[in-house]
Ligand binder design. Structure first.
Ligand SMILES: Cc1cc2nc3c(=O)[nH]c(=O)nc-3n(C[C@H](O)[C@H](O)[C@H](O)COP(=O)(O)OP(=O)(O)OC[C@H]3O[C@@H](n4cnc5c(N)ncnc54)[C@H](O)[C@@H]3O)c2cc1C
Length: 519
Protein backbone atom coordinates (compact mmCIF):
# COMPACT_ATOMS: atom_id res chain seq x y z
CA UNK A 1 0.00 0.00 0.00
CA UNK A 2 2.83 2.38 0.97
CA UNK A 3 4.69 1.60 -2.29
CA UNK A 4 1.49 2.30 -4.22
CA UNK A 5 1.26 5.83 -2.63
CA UNK A 6 4.84 6.63 -3.53
CA UNK A 7 4.21 5.59 -7.15
CA UNK A 8 1.18 7.91 -7.32
CA UNK A 9 3.27 10.76 -5.91
CA UNK A 10 5.99 10.19 -8.50
CA UNK A 11 3.34 10.10 -11.24
CA UNK A 12 1.78 13.40 -10.02
CA UNK A 13 5.21 15.04 -9.89
CA UNK A 14 5.98 13.83 -13.43
CA UNK A 15 2.65 15.19 -14.75
CA UNK A 16 3.39 18.52 -13.03
CA UNK A 17 6.80 18.71 -14.67
CA UNK A 18 5.50 17.89 -18.13
CA UNK A 19 2.27 19.90 -18.17
CA UNK A 20 2.74 22.35 -15.32
CA UNK A 21 4.52 25.66 -15.05
CA UNK A 22 7.99 24.32 -15.67
CA UNK A 23 8.86 23.42 -19.22
CA UNK A 24 11.27 20.49 -18.92
CA UNK A 25 12.54 20.83 -22.49
CA UNK A 26 13.35 24.50 -22.08
CA UNK A 27 15.22 23.95 -18.84
CA UNK A 28 17.04 20.99 -20.31
CA UNK A 29 18.17 23.19 -23.21
CA UNK A 30 19.27 25.88 -20.79
CA UNK A 31 21.51 23.39 -19.00
CA UNK A 32 22.89 22.06 -22.27
CA UNK A 33 23.62 25.56 -23.54
CA UNK A 34 25.39 26.49 -20.36
CA UNK A 35 27.45 23.34 -20.39
CA UNK A 36 28.34 23.30 -24.07
CA UNK A 37 28.14 26.80 -25.44
CA UNK A 38 29.01 29.27 -22.76
CA UNK A 39 32.45 30.66 -23.50
CA UNK A 40 32.34 33.04 -20.54
CA UNK A 41 34.20 30.82 -18.16
CA UNK A 42 37.31 31.41 -16.10
CA UNK A 43 40.20 28.98 -16.68
CA UNK A 44 39.10 27.17 -13.49
CA UNK A 45 35.70 26.50 -15.09
CA UNK A 46 33.61 28.97 -13.08
CA UNK A 47 31.37 31.31 -15.06
CA UNK A 48 32.40 34.92 -15.30
CA UNK A 49 30.23 37.96 -16.01
CA UNK A 50 29.30 38.89 -19.53
CA UNK A 51 30.73 42.36 -19.91
CA UNK A 52 28.78 44.81 -22.04
CA UNK A 53 29.96 48.36 -22.76
CA UNK A 54 27.41 50.91 -23.94
CA UNK A 55 28.47 54.15 -25.64
CA UNK A 56 25.97 56.88 -24.74
CA UNK A 57 23.44 57.37 -21.94
CA UNK A 58 20.60 58.82 -23.99
CA UNK A 59 17.26 57.06 -24.28
CA UNK A 60 18.86 54.49 -26.63
CA UNK A 61 21.78 53.52 -24.35
CA UNK A 62 19.83 53.64 -21.11
CA UNK A 63 16.97 51.56 -22.49
CA UNK A 64 19.43 49.02 -23.87
CA UNK A 65 20.90 48.62 -20.36
CA UNK A 66 17.37 48.40 -18.96
CA UNK A 67 16.26 45.67 -21.38
CA UNK A 68 19.51 43.72 -21.04
CA UNK A 69 19.08 43.66 -17.29
CA UNK A 70 15.45 42.68 -17.71
CA UNK A 71 16.41 39.73 -19.90
CA UNK A 72 19.43 38.53 -18.00
CA UNK A 73 18.19 39.00 -14.47
CA UNK A 74 14.74 37.67 -15.13
CA UNK A 75 13.78 34.42 -13.51
CA UNK A 76 10.92 34.01 -15.97
CA UNK A 77 11.51 32.76 -19.48
CA UNK A 78 9.03 32.65 -22.29
CA UNK A 79 9.37 29.92 -24.82
CA UNK A 80 8.57 30.44 -28.50
CA UNK A 81 4.86 29.88 -27.87
CA UNK A 82 4.80 32.66 -25.32
CA UNK A 83 4.50 30.14 -22.45
CA UNK A 84 6.11 31.46 -19.29
CA UNK A 85 8.54 29.19 -17.46
CA UNK A 86 10.22 29.88 -14.15
CA UNK A 87 13.94 29.33 -13.84
CA UNK A 88 15.31 27.99 -10.61
CA UNK A 89 17.73 30.29 -8.75
CA UNK A 90 20.78 28.50 -10.14
CA UNK A 91 19.64 28.88 -13.72
CA UNK A 92 18.57 32.51 -13.44
CA UNK A 93 21.93 33.57 -12.08
CA UNK A 94 24.15 31.71 -14.52
CA UNK A 95 24.41 34.72 -16.78
CA UNK A 96 25.84 37.39 -14.50
CA UNK A 97 25.84 40.65 -16.35
CA UNK A 98 28.21 43.55 -15.99
CA UNK A 99 27.06 46.66 -17.88
CA UNK A 100 29.16 49.82 -18.15
CA UNK A 101 27.72 52.93 -19.79
CA UNK A 102 30.07 55.65 -21.06
CA UNK A 103 28.61 59.14 -21.33
CA UNK A 104 30.65 62.16 -22.37
CA UNK A 105 28.05 64.83 -21.55
CA UNK A 106 24.82 64.19 -19.67
CA UNK A 107 22.38 61.38 -18.99
CA UNK A 108 19.41 61.70 -21.33
CA UNK A 109 21.34 62.99 -24.36
CA UNK A 110 18.83 64.72 -26.59
CA UNK A 111 16.19 64.26 -23.89
CA UNK A 112 17.37 67.32 -22.01
CA UNK A 113 15.50 69.80 -19.88
CA UNK A 114 16.48 73.09 -18.30
CA UNK A 115 14.98 75.07 -15.44
CA UNK A 116 13.41 78.46 -16.10
CA UNK A 117 11.81 80.28 -13.15
CA UNK A 118 11.89 77.08 -11.07
CA UNK A 119 9.96 75.17 -13.74
CA UNK A 120 11.07 72.42 -16.04
CA UNK A 121 11.33 73.10 -19.80
CA UNK A 122 12.22 70.51 -22.43
CA UNK A 123 15.02 71.68 -24.70
CA UNK A 124 15.16 68.54 -26.84
CA UNK A 125 12.78 65.58 -27.08
CA UNK A 126 9.52 66.86 -25.60
CA UNK A 127 6.62 64.64 -26.51
CA UNK A 128 5.66 61.01 -25.98
CA UNK A 129 2.77 59.71 -28.06
CA UNK A 130 0.17 57.56 -26.28
CA UNK A 131 0.77 54.80 -28.85
CA UNK A 132 4.44 54.52 -27.81
CA UNK A 133 4.06 51.07 -26.25
CA UNK A 134 7.63 50.67 -25.02
CA UNK A 135 7.77 54.04 -23.31
CA UNK A 136 4.28 53.57 -21.84
CA UNK A 137 5.52 50.33 -20.29
CA UNK A 138 8.81 51.82 -19.06
CA UNK A 139 6.94 54.72 -17.45
CA UNK A 140 4.58 52.29 -15.74
CA UNK A 141 7.28 49.86 -14.61
CA UNK A 142 9.53 52.57 -13.23
CA UNK A 143 6.72 54.53 -11.56
CA UNK A 144 7.36 57.74 -13.51
CA UNK A 145 4.67 60.39 -13.61
CA UNK A 146 3.12 61.59 -16.87
CA UNK A 147 2.33 65.25 -17.55
CA UNK A 148 -0.50 65.88 -20.00
CA UNK A 149 -1.69 69.09 -21.60
CA UNK A 150 1.42 69.72 -23.64
CA UNK A 151 -0.33 70.24 -26.97
CA UNK A 152 -2.45 73.22 -28.01
CA UNK A 153 -5.97 73.43 -26.59
CA UNK A 154 -9.26 74.68 -27.99
CA UNK A 155 -8.84 77.82 -25.86
CA UNK A 156 -5.33 78.28 -27.20
CA UNK A 157 -5.66 77.04 -30.79
CA UNK A 158 -2.85 76.45 -33.22
CA UNK A 159 -2.53 78.31 -36.49
CA UNK A 160 -0.70 77.50 -39.69
CA UNK A 161 1.11 80.40 -41.33
CA UNK A 162 2.37 80.34 -44.91
CA UNK A 163 4.40 83.54 -44.75
CA UNK A 164 1.49 85.71 -45.93
CA UNK A 165 -1.53 84.60 -43.99
CA UNK A 166 -2.87 82.01 -41.59
CA UNK A 167 -4.03 79.20 -43.87
CA UNK A 168 -5.64 77.37 -40.98
CA UNK A 169 -6.79 78.27 -37.47
CA UNK A 170 -8.08 75.56 -35.16
CA UNK A 171 -11.63 76.24 -34.02
CA UNK A 172 -13.43 75.52 -30.74
CA UNK A 173 -15.01 72.39 -32.20
CA UNK A 174 -13.14 69.69 -34.01
CA UNK A 175 -16.08 68.91 -36.32
CA UNK A 176 -15.88 72.50 -37.62
CA UNK A 177 -12.19 71.94 -38.34
CA UNK A 178 -13.07 68.79 -40.23
CA UNK A 179 -15.71 70.60 -42.30
CA UNK A 180 -13.28 73.46 -43.05
CA UNK A 181 -10.70 70.96 -44.25
CA UNK A 182 -13.21 69.06 -46.38
CA UNK A 183 -14.50 72.28 -47.95
CA UNK A 184 -10.99 73.43 -48.80
CA UNK A 185 -9.32 70.14 -49.66
CA UNK A 186 -12.22 67.83 -50.62
CA UNK A 187 -11.36 64.14 -50.03
CA UNK A 188 -7.71 64.73 -49.17
CA UNK A 189 -8.16 64.68 -45.36
CA UNK A 190 -10.04 61.37 -45.60
CA UNK A 191 -7.54 59.83 -48.00
CA UNK A 192 -4.74 60.93 -45.71
CA UNK A 193 -6.39 59.56 -42.57
CA UNK A 194 -7.05 56.17 -44.20
CA UNK A 195 -3.50 55.74 -45.46
CA UNK A 196 -2.01 56.98 -42.18
CA UNK A 197 -4.17 54.65 -40.08
CA UNK A 198 -3.20 51.72 -42.29
CA UNK A 199 0.49 52.47 -41.80
CA UNK A 200 0.11 53.02 -38.06
CA UNK A 201 -1.58 49.61 -37.76
CA UNK A 202 1.27 47.98 -39.68
CA UNK A 203 3.82 49.70 -37.47
CA UNK A 204 1.98 48.68 -34.29
CA UNK A 205 2.04 45.07 -35.47
CA UNK A 206 5.84 45.16 -35.02
CA UNK A 207 5.34 45.20 -31.23
CA UNK A 208 3.88 41.70 -31.39
CA UNK A 209 6.90 40.20 -33.12
CA UNK A 210 8.91 38.28 -30.58
CA UNK A 211 11.86 37.38 -32.83
CA UNK A 212 14.48 40.11 -33.14
CA UNK A 213 15.23 41.60 -36.55
CA UNK A 214 18.79 41.60 -37.88
CA UNK A 215 18.68 44.63 -40.16
CA UNK A 216 16.56 47.77 -40.35
CA UNK A 217 15.59 46.69 -43.86
CA UNK A 218 14.23 43.41 -42.42
CA UNK A 219 12.18 45.33 -39.84
CA UNK A 220 10.37 47.28 -42.56
CA UNK A 221 9.97 44.26 -44.85
CA UNK A 222 8.42 42.28 -41.97
CA UNK A 223 5.69 44.85 -41.49
CA UNK A 224 5.30 45.59 -45.18
CA UNK A 225 6.39 49.23 -44.95
CA UNK A 226 9.54 49.36 -47.10
CA UNK A 227 7.68 51.56 -49.57
CA UNK A 228 7.49 54.28 -46.91
CA UNK A 229 11.24 54.41 -46.25
CA UNK A 230 12.41 54.45 -49.85
CA UNK A 231 10.27 57.27 -51.18
CA UNK A 232 9.58 60.84 -50.16
CA UNK A 233 6.39 61.94 -48.45
CA UNK A 234 5.56 63.75 -51.67
CA UNK A 235 5.96 60.60 -53.81
CA UNK A 236 4.01 58.49 -51.34
CA UNK A 237 1.13 60.85 -50.51
CA UNK A 238 0.76 62.63 -53.83
CA UNK A 239 1.69 59.96 -56.38
CA UNK A 240 0.59 56.79 -54.55
CA UNK A 241 -2.25 57.87 -52.25
CA UNK A 242 -3.56 60.63 -54.51
CA UNK A 243 -3.53 63.53 -52.03
CA UNK A 244 -3.30 67.01 -53.54
CA UNK A 245 -0.08 68.98 -53.18
CA UNK A 246 -2.10 71.87 -51.74
CA UNK A 247 -3.22 69.80 -48.75
CA UNK A 248 0.23 68.43 -48.05
CA UNK A 249 1.89 71.85 -48.49
CA UNK A 250 -0.64 73.84 -46.45
CA UNK A 251 -1.62 71.44 -43.70
CA UNK A 252 0.46 68.26 -43.43
CA UNK A 253 3.74 70.13 -43.85
CA UNK A 254 3.08 71.95 -40.59
CA UNK A 255 3.46 68.76 -38.52
CA UNK A 256 6.39 67.52 -40.59
CA UNK A 257 8.21 70.83 -40.21
CA UNK A 258 7.59 71.25 -36.48
CA UNK A 259 8.71 67.69 -35.73
CA UNK A 260 11.62 67.21 -38.14
CA UNK A 261 12.27 70.70 -39.52
CA UNK A 262 12.36 69.12 -42.97
CA UNK A 263 10.18 69.43 -46.05
CA UNK A 264 7.72 66.99 -47.57
CA UNK A 265 9.52 66.77 -50.92
CA UNK A 266 12.74 65.58 -49.22
CA UNK A 267 11.80 63.64 -46.09
CA UNK A 268 10.91 59.95 -46.34
CA UNK A 269 7.24 59.04 -46.13
CA UNK A 270 7.87 56.97 -43.00
CA UNK A 271 9.50 59.82 -41.05
CA UNK A 272 6.75 62.18 -42.23
CA UNK A 273 4.10 59.74 -41.04
CA UNK A 274 5.65 59.47 -37.61
CA UNK A 275 5.57 63.27 -37.43
CA UNK A 276 1.93 63.26 -38.48
CA UNK A 277 0.96 60.68 -35.87
CA UNK A 278 2.65 62.97 -33.37
CA UNK A 279 0.01 65.60 -33.90
CA UNK A 280 -2.81 63.70 -32.19
CA UNK A 281 -4.38 63.95 -28.71
CA UNK A 282 -3.11 62.33 -25.49
CA UNK A 283 0.50 63.44 -25.86
CA UNK A 284 2.51 63.51 -22.66
CA UNK A 285 5.92 64.18 -21.15
CA UNK A 286 7.57 63.02 -17.94
CA UNK A 287 7.31 64.98 -14.71
CA UNK A 288 10.71 66.44 -13.87
CA UNK A 289 11.94 66.12 -17.46
CA UNK A 290 12.00 63.39 -20.08
CA UNK A 291 15.63 62.63 -19.19
CA UNK A 292 14.22 61.10 -15.98
CA UNK A 293 13.40 58.05 -18.10
CA UNK A 294 17.08 57.56 -18.94
CA UNK A 295 18.11 58.15 -15.32
CA UNK A 296 15.56 55.67 -13.95
CA UNK A 297 16.35 53.02 -16.57
CA UNK A 298 20.06 53.21 -15.75
CA UNK A 299 19.38 52.95 -12.01
CA UNK A 300 17.04 50.04 -12.58
CA UNK A 301 19.58 48.22 -14.76
CA UNK A 302 22.24 48.38 -12.02
CA UNK A 303 24.79 49.50 -14.62
CA UNK A 304 27.93 51.45 -13.85
CA UNK A 305 28.04 54.86 -15.54
CA UNK A 306 31.43 56.35 -16.36
CA UNK A 307 31.70 60.02 -17.31
CA UNK A 308 34.06 59.60 -20.25
CA UNK A 309 34.19 59.92 -24.00
CA UNK A 310 34.80 56.73 -25.93
CA UNK A 311 37.52 57.56 -28.46
CA UNK A 312 38.25 54.19 -29.98
CA UNK A 313 36.82 50.68 -30.23
CA UNK A 314 39.42 48.05 -30.92
CA UNK A 315 38.77 44.46 -31.95
CA UNK A 316 41.21 42.15 -30.20
CA UNK A 317 42.35 38.72 -31.32
CA UNK A 318 39.72 36.07 -30.65
CA UNK A 319 40.83 34.13 -27.56
CA UNK A 320 41.28 30.38 -27.92
CA UNK A 321 37.97 28.51 -27.41
CA UNK A 322 35.97 31.76 -27.49
CA UNK A 323 33.05 32.18 -29.85
CA UNK A 324 33.78 35.73 -30.83
CA UNK A 325 36.46 38.36 -30.25
CA UNK A 326 36.74 40.71 -27.31
CA UNK A 327 36.74 44.49 -27.72
CA UNK A 328 38.85 47.12 -26.06
CA UNK A 329 37.20 50.48 -25.49
CA UNK A 330 39.57 53.45 -25.14
CA UNK A 331 38.20 56.39 -23.20
CA UNK A 332 39.16 59.95 -22.39
CA UNK A 333 37.91 62.06 -19.51
CA UNK A 334 36.18 65.14 -21.03
CA UNK A 335 37.29 67.39 -18.15
CA UNK A 336 40.87 66.06 -18.02
CA UNK A 337 41.92 65.10 -21.57
CA UNK A 338 45.12 63.51 -20.32
CA UNK A 339 43.11 60.99 -18.30
CA UNK A 340 42.92 58.02 -20.65
CA UNK A 341 41.63 54.56 -19.83
CA UNK A 342 40.90 51.17 -21.40
CA UNK A 343 38.12 48.65 -20.75
CA UNK A 344 37.62 45.17 -22.15
CA UNK A 345 34.17 43.91 -23.22
CA UNK A 346 32.47 40.89 -24.72
CA UNK A 347 29.91 43.13 -26.42
CA UNK A 348 29.85 46.83 -27.24
CA UNK A 349 26.60 48.67 -27.95
CA UNK A 350 26.94 52.01 -29.72
CA UNK A 351 23.96 54.11 -28.66
CA UNK A 352 24.89 57.43 -30.22
CA UNK A 353 25.01 58.59 -33.83
CA UNK A 354 28.42 57.49 -35.13
CA UNK A 355 28.39 60.62 -37.31
CA UNK A 356 28.55 62.82 -34.17
CA UNK A 357 30.46 60.65 -31.74
CA UNK A 358 34.11 61.14 -32.87
CA UNK A 359 34.61 57.39 -32.55
CA UNK A 360 37.57 55.69 -34.13
CA UNK A 361 37.50 51.97 -34.99
CA UNK A 362 40.43 49.61 -35.36
CA UNK A 363 41.06 48.73 -39.00
CA UNK A 364 39.75 45.16 -38.56
CA UNK A 365 36.21 46.53 -37.99
CA UNK A 366 34.34 47.34 -41.19
CA UNK A 367 32.65 50.74 -40.93
CA UNK A 368 31.99 51.16 -44.61
CA UNK A 369 28.24 51.72 -44.30
CA UNK A 370 25.87 54.65 -44.96
CA UNK A 371 26.24 57.79 -42.88
CA UNK A 372 23.81 60.70 -42.66
CA UNK A 373 24.19 64.44 -42.21
CA UNK A 374 22.43 65.76 -39.13
CA UNK A 375 20.04 68.66 -39.27
CA UNK A 376 21.06 71.76 -37.32
CA UNK A 377 18.10 73.11 -35.40
CA UNK A 378 18.15 76.36 -33.43
CA UNK A 379 15.93 76.27 -30.34
CA UNK A 380 14.99 79.52 -28.60
CA UNK A 381 13.20 79.85 -25.27
CA UNK A 382 11.80 83.35 -25.02
CA UNK A 383 9.36 84.90 -22.59
CA UNK A 384 7.18 87.67 -23.98
CA UNK A 385 4.00 89.57 -23.38
CA UNK A 386 2.68 88.26 -26.68
CA UNK A 387 3.41 87.52 -30.31
CA UNK A 388 2.77 90.57 -32.50
CA UNK A 389 -0.32 89.97 -34.68
CA UNK A 390 1.09 92.30 -37.40
CA UNK A 391 4.03 89.94 -37.94
CA UNK A 392 1.52 87.46 -39.34
CA UNK A 393 -0.39 90.12 -41.33
CA UNK A 394 -3.21 90.06 -38.78
CA UNK A 395 -4.92 93.34 -37.77
CA UNK A 396 -2.95 95.01 -34.92
CA UNK A 397 -5.93 94.81 -32.54
CA UNK A 398 -6.64 91.11 -33.19
CA UNK A 399 -6.06 88.45 -30.54
CA UNK A 400 -2.35 87.54 -30.65
CA UNK A 401 -1.76 83.93 -31.71
CA UNK A 402 -0.13 81.59 -29.19
CA UNK A 403 0.84 78.63 -31.38
CA UNK A 404 2.03 79.14 -34.94
CA UNK A 405 3.17 76.29 -37.17
CA UNK A 406 4.28 76.88 -40.73
CA UNK A 407 3.27 75.43 -44.05
CA UNK A 408 5.65 74.55 -46.89
CA UNK A 409 7.69 77.69 -47.52
CA UNK A 410 11.45 77.32 -47.42
CA UNK A 411 12.05 81.05 -47.02
CA UNK A 412 10.36 81.33 -43.61
CA UNK A 413 12.72 82.23 -40.73
CA UNK A 414 11.32 79.56 -38.38
CA UNK A 415 9.48 76.25 -38.42
CA UNK A 416 7.27 77.02 -35.44
CA UNK A 417 6.79 79.42 -32.57
CA UNK A 418 4.60 78.16 -29.80
CA UNK A 419 3.65 78.88 -26.21
CA UNK A 420 5.49 76.29 -24.15
CA UNK A 421 3.69 73.93 -21.73
CA UNK A 422 5.75 75.68 -19.01
CA UNK A 423 3.10 78.41 -19.43
CA UNK A 424 3.36 81.80 -17.75
CA UNK A 425 6.44 82.81 -15.78
CA UNK A 426 6.41 84.65 -12.45
CA UNK A 427 6.30 88.05 -14.17
CA UNK A 428 3.13 87.09 -16.08
CA UNK A 429 4.79 86.72 -19.46
CA UNK A 430 4.33 83.50 -21.41
CA UNK A 431 7.26 81.29 -22.38
CA UNK A 432 7.57 80.56 -26.11
CA UNK A 433 9.71 78.01 -27.90
CA UNK A 434 10.95 78.57 -31.44
CA UNK A 435 12.44 75.96 -33.79
CA UNK A 436 14.42 77.65 -36.54
CA UNK A 437 16.81 76.57 -39.30
CA UNK A 438 19.16 79.51 -38.65
CA UNK A 439 20.19 82.04 -36.05
CA UNK A 440 17.42 84.59 -35.45
CA UNK A 441 18.63 88.19 -35.28
CA UNK A 442 17.41 90.93 -32.95
CA UNK A 443 15.44 92.69 -35.70
CA UNK A 444 13.36 89.62 -36.36
CA UNK A 445 12.72 88.96 -32.65
CA UNK A 446 11.79 92.65 -32.17
CA UNK A 447 9.13 92.38 -34.86
CA UNK A 448 7.90 88.97 -33.69
CA UNK A 449 7.49 89.60 -29.95
CA UNK A 450 6.22 92.27 -27.63
CA UNK A 451 8.39 92.95 -24.54
CA UNK A 452 10.53 89.83 -24.67
CA UNK A 453 13.54 88.23 -22.96
CA UNK A 454 15.65 85.47 -24.51
CA UNK A 455 16.19 82.92 -21.72
CA UNK A 456 18.04 80.24 -23.59
CA UNK A 457 19.20 79.37 -27.07
CA UNK A 458 20.76 76.17 -28.24
CA UNK A 459 21.82 74.61 -31.53
CA UNK A 460 21.15 70.89 -31.80
CA UNK A 461 22.55 68.44 -34.29
CA UNK A 462 19.01 67.32 -33.92
CA UNK A 463 18.18 64.37 -36.15
CA UNK A 464 19.45 62.85 -39.38
CA UNK A 465 18.35 64.43 -42.63
CA UNK A 466 15.76 61.77 -43.22
CA UNK A 467 15.77 61.42 -47.00
CA UNK A 468 14.44 58.14 -48.45
CA UNK A 469 16.77 55.16 -48.54
CA UNK A 470 16.69 51.41 -48.86
CA UNK A 471 20.17 50.94 -47.42
CA UNK A 472 20.60 51.39 -43.68
CA UNK A 473 23.69 50.99 -41.48
CA UNK A 474 23.97 47.49 -40.00
CA UNK A 475 22.58 46.75 -36.54
CA UNK A 476 25.34 44.21 -35.99
CA UNK A 477 28.46 46.11 -37.09
CA UNK A 478 30.83 43.35 -35.99
CA UNK A 479 30.14 40.02 -34.28
CA UNK A 480 30.13 41.69 -30.85
CA UNK A 481 29.31 45.30 -31.79
CA UNK A 482 25.72 46.50 -32.08
CA UNK A 483 24.45 49.88 -33.26
CA UNK A 484 21.22 51.28 -31.77
CA UNK A 485 21.16 54.40 -33.95
CA UNK A 486 21.13 52.51 -37.24
CA UNK A 487 17.36 52.75 -36.75
CA UNK A 488 17.65 56.53 -36.53
CA UNK A 489 18.34 56.54 -40.28
CA UNK A 490 14.64 55.67 -40.68
CA UNK A 491 13.24 57.99 -38.03
CA UNK A 492 14.38 59.70 -34.84
CA UNK A 493 12.15 59.39 -31.78
CA UNK A 494 12.65 58.25 -28.22
CA UNK A 495 10.24 55.35 -28.80
CA UNK A 496 12.00 54.03 -31.89
CA UNK A 497 15.33 54.25 -30.04
CA UNK A 498 13.87 52.01 -27.31
CA UNK A 499 12.55 49.70 -30.02
CA UNK A 500 16.03 49.38 -31.51
CA UNK A 501 17.65 49.00 -28.06
CA UNK A 502 15.22 46.26 -27.04
CA UNK A 503 15.90 44.44 -30.28
CA UNK A 504 19.65 44.59 -29.62
CA UNK A 505 19.17 43.25 -26.08
CA UNK A 506 17.39 40.26 -27.65
CA UNK A 507 20.13 39.83 -30.28
CA UNK A 508 22.77 39.73 -27.53
CA UNK A 509 20.69 37.18 -25.62
CA UNK A 510 20.56 35.11 -28.79
CA UNK A 511 24.30 35.49 -29.37
CA UNK A 512 25.05 33.91 -26.01
CA UNK A 513 22.25 31.37 -26.49
CA UNK A 514 20.19 32.68 -23.59
CA UNK A 515 16.78 31.06 -24.17
CA UNK A 516 14.28 33.40 -25.79
CA UNK A 517 12.86 35.94 -23.39
CA UNK A 518 9.64 37.89 -23.61
CA UNK A 519 10.35 41.48 -22.53
C1 LIG B 1 14.99 69.56 -30.59
C2 LIG B 1 14.58 68.12 -30.60
C3 LIG B 1 13.26 67.78 -30.40
C4 LIG B 1 12.88 66.44 -30.40
N1 LIG B 1 11.58 66.13 -30.12
C5 LIG B 1 11.24 64.85 -29.91
C6 LIG B 1 9.97 64.53 -29.39
O1 LIG B 1 9.15 65.41 -29.10
N2 LIG B 1 9.67 63.21 -29.20
C7 LIG B 1 10.57 62.22 -29.47
O2 LIG B 1 10.24 61.05 -29.26
N3 LIG B 1 11.79 62.51 -29.97
C8 LIG B 1 12.16 63.79 -30.18
N4 LIG B 1 13.40 64.09 -30.62
C9 LIG B 1 14.30 63.00 -31.04
C10 LIG B 1 14.90 62.30 -29.83
O3 LIG B 1 15.49 63.26 -29.01
C11 LIG B 1 15.97 61.31 -30.26
O4 LIG B 1 15.49 60.44 -31.25
C12 LIG B 1 16.40 60.43 -29.10
O5 LIG B 1 16.44 61.15 -27.89
C13 LIG B 1 17.77 59.87 -29.43
O6 LIG B 1 18.23 59.10 -28.35
P1 LIG B 1 19.64 58.37 -28.43
O7 LIG B 1 19.90 57.82 -27.09
O8 LIG B 1 19.67 57.45 -29.56
O9 LIG B 1 20.69 59.51 -28.80
P2 LIG B 1 21.15 60.72 -27.87
O10 LIG B 1 20.04 61.23 -27.07
O11 LIG B 1 21.86 61.66 -28.78
O12 LIG B 1 22.19 60.06 -26.86
C14 LIG B 1 23.49 59.73 -27.26
C15 LIG B 1 24.39 60.02 -26.07
O13 LIG B 1 25.69 59.54 -26.39
C16 LIG B 1 26.65 60.46 -25.91
N5 LIG B 1 27.85 60.24 -26.72
C17 LIG B 1 28.01 60.47 -28.05
N6 LIG B 1 29.24 60.08 -28.45
C18 LIG B 1 29.86 59.60 -27.35
C19 LIG B 1 31.16 59.06 -27.12
N7 LIG B 1 32.05 58.96 -28.10
N8 LIG B 1 31.47 58.67 -25.87
C20 LIG B 1 30.58 58.78 -24.86
N9 LIG B 1 29.34 59.30 -25.01
C21 LIG B 1 28.99 59.69 -26.25
C22 LIG B 1 26.01 61.82 -26.10
O14 LIG B 1 26.58 62.76 -25.23
C23 LIG B 1 24.55 61.51 -25.77
O15 LIG B 1 24.26 61.74 -24.42
C24 LIG B 1 13.83 65.42 -30.63
C25 LIG B 1 15.17 65.76 -30.83
C26 LIG B 1 15.54 67.10 -30.80
C27 LIG B 1 16.99 67.44 -30.97
Amino acid sequence: MKRYNILILILIFYIYLVYGNVNVDTLHNVNQDIAINNPWTHPNGTLRSIRIGIVGAGIGGSSCAYYLNKIFNSSVLSDHNGQKNHLNPHQSSVYPLDITIFERERIGGRARSIIIDNGNVELGASIVHPLNENINQIVKDLGLEKVYGIASTKEEPYNIWNGNEMVFTESQFSFIDKIKLLVNYYWDPIRFKNSRDDIVQKFLSSYHRKEPFHTVEEFFQNINLSMTTNQTAKQFFVDDVGISENFIQDILSAAIRVNYNQNYDQISAFAALIALVGSEDGLYSIKGGNYQMAKSMIENSKSTTIHAEVRKIEKMDTPKDAHHPLYKVHTQNPAHPLLLDEHEFDFVVIAAPIELSYLEFSSNINTDFPKRDYKNVFVYLISAENLQPQFFNLPPNSKPPLHVLTSHNTSLPFFSVSKNPRGYLDDGRALYKIFAPLYLGKDLLDSLFNNYTVHFQHVWSAYPILTPTDKFPPINIDSGIFYVNSFEHAVSTMETETLSAKNIAKLIAKAIKRPYVDI
